[in-house]
Design a binder for this molecule. Structure first.
Ligand SMILES: C[S@@+](CC[C@H](N)C(=O)[O-])C[C@H]1O[C@@H](n2cnc3c(N)ncnc32)[C@H](O)[C@@H]1O
Length: 271
């Protein structure tokens, strides 16, 4: 796999030790159940999404921005369907491939390193596209959602989460602190809905999951503080404190409902 061209993206350094015992313990302490996620999605939320998507062993699913393949390997293990993962970070995909092997689901999984701002190197004909907390890092979501529609079968579904919906007042300093993981785009309520509809998606449901994000971010701050000494040795003091400030900002913004995490479920209609 080729190295990611966007080395500025803050996620890359985090992926190096992603599946070490320490990081697994921190995820367990933060989320309750560690599925190898590097997003706000929990195992319980993912189980609900699987019900809504009505996936079967025969389904073929694209996980866009799959990162280290936590949700992707969880779906493979629980549903047994075929999955294609795409991410910008080669390091994340290497972590994901190793986990898929340990979970004995490698035969169900195909991984591609690619920049989602350009055409994706995948074959069309998906029953579903899922994307957990990625879309806010992409530059032109209208083009990307149009691309997803061309990759789906008729009546195929898309499940998209966006943790960057602006629902209150946010200062310039807070925007900067919330963007430390690389390019981040914040949108007003209704923005994603309008784009989905313009790409011929019929919206089936929109759910506010900000409370879950608040719970997980608070858990991450606590777990990281409890392991501060070990983490500072790995991340260095600067990166450690930057991530804590980032998480504290996430908590503040969600507590006062200034930034919301929304889940969009939609079906591609060929009409
Ligand atoms: C918050 S993480 C989510 C990872 C994964 N979906 C999960 O739930 O664990 C965001 C992911 O988006 C990926 N990403 C950011 N910009 C991207 C781009 N332009 N193309 C493809 N992936 C991108 C990052 O590399 C990162 O793995």
């Amino acid at each position: 796999m080729a190295e990611s061209p966007n080395l500025a993206l803050g996620y890359n350094s985090t992926y190096e030790l992603f599946d070490s015992p320490l990081m697994q313990a921190i995820r367990r302490e933060s989320y309750g159940e560690d599925i190898g996620q590097y997003s706000w999605v929990t195992a319980a939320e993912l189980r609900e999404h699987l019900q809504s998507l009505k996936l079967t062993e025969q389904s073929r699913v694209l996980d866009f921005g799959c990162g280290p393949c936590g949700p992707l390997t969880f779906i493979a293990k629980n549903v047994g369907c075929q999955l294609v993962g795409v991410d910008l970070s080669a390091q994340a995909l290497a972590v994901g491939a190793a986990r898929a092997k340990r979970m004995e689901v490698s035969s169900l999984i195909e991984l591609h390193q690619a920049d989602g701002n350009s055409a994706l190197p995948v074959r069309a004909g998906f029953d579903a596209v899922v994307s957990f907390d990625v879309i806010l890092h992409l530059q032109d979501r209208a083009t990307i959602l149009k691309r997803f529609s061309s990759l789906l079968k008729p009546s195929g579904k898309i499940l998209l989460t966006d943790a960057g919906v602006v629902t209150g007042a946010i200062s310039n300093e807070e925007f900067a602190l919330r963007s430390v993981n690389g390019f981040t785009q914040f949108v007003p309520p209704g923005f994603n809905e309008k784009i989905l509809e313009s790409c011929s998606f019929k919206i089936l449901s929109i759910t506010d999951r900000t409370d879950g994000l608040l719970h997980n971010a608070s858990g991450r701050i606590r777990a990281r503080s409890a392991h501060a000494e070990e983490l500072i040795k790995i991340e260095g003091p600067e990166k450690f404190h930057e991530q804590q400030r980032y998480l504290e900002t996430v908590v503040k913004l969600s507590e006062r409902k200034a930034l919301s995490r929304m889940v969009y479920l939609a079906e591609w209609s060929t009409r």
